[in-house]
Design a protein around this ligand. Structure first.
Ligand code: 5AD
Ligand code: SF4
Length: 435
């Protein structure tokens, strides 16, 4: 039976959120409707993430839980990076999976749904260079902050990472397609655009880099804020750093994963930077934009990591003073070089290091938030808060700010920051800046 309603569940990174939105738009264009929360859907798309351990196991158990009490089940599509990694194998591992569709093939999802409705079990994990973008339907509505994928894939081959295998080689979408999509998003209500890519700052097209693209997007009327994520230190060009000092709409926030502060470990990870070159890049960034909020990713317990290597990571965290950071226990990924390296670290040591690292990061995050208390800033209102009359918006530094206001999502308002906690700020309205 042809499904009439669908639900898409996205896990993992923002690229998956973007892909989920585009799949929803496509299914919508076919006349299907998104099932309201809590309602049953005829088609469920699990848009999965493969970055850390047990991703596949989790996906299969999520599939299993889709069986209804009466024994029936929706049509099920396994999408995202687990689908890419598992391929046709997924159908053997779970008889409930009707469709397997990789991140570069989801433009064919409507076709695959039609085939599955007739009883077939199609698999498509092709990786053509971004062919999907040419055939996806035009975007329409957008929230106050909208994602826009400009780059996909990774050529860096860090030894722990599956991304080069699941998302393929680095490709950049063409300039004109990106500017056109940005304009549609702004026309559809977006005030902020977050440019996405696994290596977003590796974006290149016809001799232009991300800095030039950002300058062009900044000329779009009605677009007030531009962000981009995730960047690689090797692609942090002087032009991009300069743009942070010059383009007012480019927000003072940079997510620049370092992974470790120990140079021996960085080498074993095949990162192209050392702790020193990374810090030098951040110094240039701070010179261009003194109030920049810095964020990063860390892996603890990479094979061979000694206590001294880990201490170097803590020192780097102190030297940078991150406004926020994500940290993970190393997780061996089948097929990656690090998975078979000697010196795999016992779980207890990883747990201990992760806890110590997170304590240190949290302290810096709180200090950064507290440094804003007593200042005035602008927030982009995004959604309703828990209390009636309360709204939550984002500061330029990507902090969540709670305020009592009648302003609606998409409005930018002046607020005074009254207090700060580890995860958010509380403010009071000054006046409305732009509707
Ligand atoms: N184990 C643990 N963390 C990982 N990451 C990527 N691969 C692994 C892995 N095998 C982390 C990195 C990356 C973030 C998206 O996920 O820190 O920046
Ligand atoms: Fe993975 Fe490294 Fe590429 Fe990031 S840069 S996606 S961590 S291989």
């Amino acid at each position: 039976m042809t499904p009439k309603s669908f639900r898409i569940k996205s896990f993992g990174c923002q690229m998956n959120v973007y892909d989920g939105e585009r799949m929803a738009e496509m299914l919508g264009a076919q006349g299907m409707v998104a099932a309201p929360d809590g309602d049953d859907a005829d088609l469920v798309v699990l848009n999965t993430c493969h970055i850390r351990e047990k991703a596949a196991e989790k996906a299969y158990s999520d599939v299993g839980r889709l069986r209804r009490e009466d024994g029936s089940r929706p049509l099920i599509a396994l999408a995202g990076c687990v689908a890419q990694a598992e391929g046709a194998e997924a159908k053997t591992r779970s008889a409930m999976i009707d469709i397997v569709v990789g991140p570069q093939a989801y433009h064919r999802l409507p076709d695959m749904v039609a085939q599955a409705a007739r009883g077939a079990r199609p698999v498509d994990t092709d990786m053509p260079a971004a062919a999907k973008f040419d055939v996806l339907p035009q975007r329409r509505r957008a929230g106050s902050s909208a994602f826009l994928t400009v780059q996909e894939g990774c050529d860096k081959f860090c030894t722990y990472c599956v991304v080069p295998y699941t998302r393929g080689a680095e490709i950049s979408r063409p300039w004109t397609a990106i500017v056109a999509e940005a304009q549609v998003l702004v026309d559809g209500g977006a005030r902020e655009i977050v440019l996405l890519g696994q290596n977003v700052n590796a974006w290149r097209h016809e001799g232009q880099g991300l800095a030039e693209l950002i300058r062009a997007l900044a000329r779009i009327d009605g677009l007030e804020r531009i962000r981009y994520t995730t960047s690689h230190p090797a692609d942090m060009t002087d032009a991009l750093i300069a743009a942070h000092g010059e383009v007012e709409k480019l927000m003072p926030y940079l997510h620049l994963p370092v992974q470790s502060g120990g140079n021996r470990i960085l080498k074993a990870m095949n990162r192209s930077h050392s702790a020193e070159t990374y810090l030098a890049t951040l110094e240039k960034m701070r010179a261009a934009r003194p109030d920049i909020a810095l964020s990063g990713d860390f892996i603890v317990g990479f094979p061979g990591e000694t206590e001294a290597d880990f201490e170097a990571t803590l020192q780097l965290v102190d030297a940078v003073g991150y406004a926020s950071a994500y940290s993970f226990k190393y997780s061996p990924r089948p097929g990656t070089p690090a998975a078979t390296m000697e010196g795999q670290i016992p779980r207890e040591i990883m747990d201990d290091r992760l806890q110590r690292l997170q304590e240190r990061i949290n302290a810096h995050q709180l200090a950064f938030n507290l440094s804003k208390v007593g200042s005035e800033t602008q927030i982009l209102v995004e959604r309703a808060g828990r209390r009636p009359g309360q709204m939550i918006g984002k500061s330029p530094w990507l902090q969540s700010v709670h305020v009592d206001t009648s302003a609606r999502p998409g409005e930018i308002i002046d607020v005074a920051v009254l207090s700060a906690g580890p995860r958010s700020l509380a403010g009071a309205v000054r006046r409305q800046v732009a509707a």
